[in-house]
Design a protein around this ligand. Structure first.
Ligand code: HEM
Length: 406
């Protein structure tokens, strides 16, 4: 099958289970970049493909740290640096300090009122967000080949349960009420993540397993981060709309804004950050939908993630979890991951979940039959994240000094 026809098949419709995909070509690159910077927060730009843009200043600064065995010292220096209003850590190499002096702040276009509204929106809709980030985006990350492979082959890949959970709980941490406030932690978390990503860019290309299977030499480009953003924020937005969750225009705008600021803090250039949801969905259709594909590493990662979720025993079966994943992500992805069918659970979800939403939103006067089943399920998903000790608020972000240990 030609790459072009593969792209045609693996549309966002396929992601959402609207069409079937039976054959997949082994090409992992997105079509050429043609998204216009006029749809970005910058409003203009060079038009350079973000797949060839990394994070030069911190990338350069991290190289001597990794090559001269300074990672433990840098990790020790950044450990007590947690809140947005904490002073920058002392004892860091001058280049890193200079980088952080410039990076450890909100972008000039950040709107604090919108960020506060986003935090409130996240609180009001946390039920659906937990579900969608956890079961939806988390599992989707395993069929994003470059992400699945870099997570698998990096240091944390050896403890995939912990590693994978951190990746998708980031979305939850972002939604904390104080995320961007002085006593919040998100700006610091983002900068530590930027340092981790810079380390991974230096380490992974040295690994034979990475070189052999990769279509990119250096991982975690601006393009890759945009892909991940769409698997989180843009995907969640489309599902909230599809599920007809009541949202005001101001809520939707605020939710987008918190992601615009988040990816800016992760080093994505303004010319690539979508200005509106329409711009974001257009970009997602170009960079995320066509590249989704199963890999050996991703399948293993998905198994760990689903195992993590089903470990919390609140009477929710693995069959129910598999079917909910299928309901959220569609048949194509569920089949790629080899999720077995449970037709009884599928029927309960198809009928029960829309009624559950209606009741929760006050749009259905009578409590639906399976209300408590869905309530327990949500509780199990929340507990897997909150009690699993996997939140970045409880688990310090550490810079890796090696790739995945053998
Ligand atoms: C590390 C979040 C994009 C690959 C991390 C960490 C966070 C994070 C919070 C640190 C957690 C830890 O210490 O394990 C994000 C967010 C992204 C993003 C929010 C975009 C919105 C990406 C992309 C890739 C990637 C696009 C690869 C294509 C990795 C890897 C690590 C990492 C390999 C290091 C794991 C290790 O220490 O072994 N990311 N990330 N991330 N991220 Fe990302």
């Amino acid at each position: 099958m030609s790459d072009l026809s593969r792209r045609g098949l693996i549309s966002l419709g396929a992601v959402l289970g609207l069409v079937g995909v039976t054959e997949v070509a082994p090409a992992w690159s997105a079509p050429g970049w043609s998204w216009s910077p006029s749809g970005s927060v910058a409003g203009a730009g060079t038009g350079v493909d973000p797949q060839w843009v990394w994070d030069d200043t911190i990338d350069r600064a991290m190289v001597p740290v990794l090559e001269n065995g300074q990672v433990p010292a840098v990790n020790a220096a950044i450990r007590p640096w947690v809140n947005n209003n904490h002073p920058l850590p002392s004892g860091l190499p001058a280049d890193i300090t200079a980088f952080l002096q410039q990076a450890n702040q909100l972008p000039s276009w950040a709107d604090r009122a919108k960020l506060r509204r986003a935090a409130d929106f996240n609180r009001r809709k946390d039920t659906y967000l937990f579900m969608l980030y956890g079961v939806g985006s988390g599992i989707m990350s395993t069929v994003i080949p470059r992400e699945a492979r870099s997570v698998y082959w990096s240091k944390g890949g050896a403890d995939m349960k912990d590693r994978a959970a951190k990746t998708f709980t980031f979305g939850y941490d972002l939604s904390q009420l104080s995320a961007y406030e002085p006593n919040g932690q998100f700006i610091v978390t983002a900068n530590k993540t930027r340092m981790v990503h810079a380390a991974v860019r230096h380490l992974l290309p040295q690994l034979p397993q990475w070189k052999n299977g990769a279509t990119e030499t250096i991982p975690i480009s601006n393009g890759d981060i945009l892909v991940t953003f769409h698997s989180l924020g843009t995907f969640v937005h489309s599902k909230l709309k599809e599920w007809k969750i009541p949202m005001s225009a101001a809520d939707e705008e605020a939710f987008l804004h918190s992601w615009q600021v988040a990816i800016s803090l992760l080093g994505v250039r303004d010319e690539y950050i979508p200005r509106t949801w329409a711009d974001a969905h257009a970009q997602s259709a170009q960079v995320l939908s066509p590249i989704l594909m199963p890999t050996t590493e991703g399948r293993e990662l998905a198994e760990v993630l689903l195992g993590l979720l089903s470990q919390v025993d609140l009477g929710v079966t693995r069959g129910f979890l598999n079917e909910f994943t299928r309901y959220v992500l569609g048949d194509t992805i569920a089949d790629w991951l080899g999720l077995p069918r449970d037709l009884i659970a599928a029927g309960i979800i198809r009928v029960g979940w829309p009624s559950y939403i209606l009741f929760r939103e006050g749009l259905l006067p009578i409590i639906p039959v399976n209300f408590y089943l869905f309530d327990q399920f949500l509780r199990a998903v929340a507990m897997a994240f909150l009690n699993g000790g996997t939140s970045t608020q409880t688990t310090p972000i550490e810079i890796p000094d090696i790739n995945r240990p053998a």
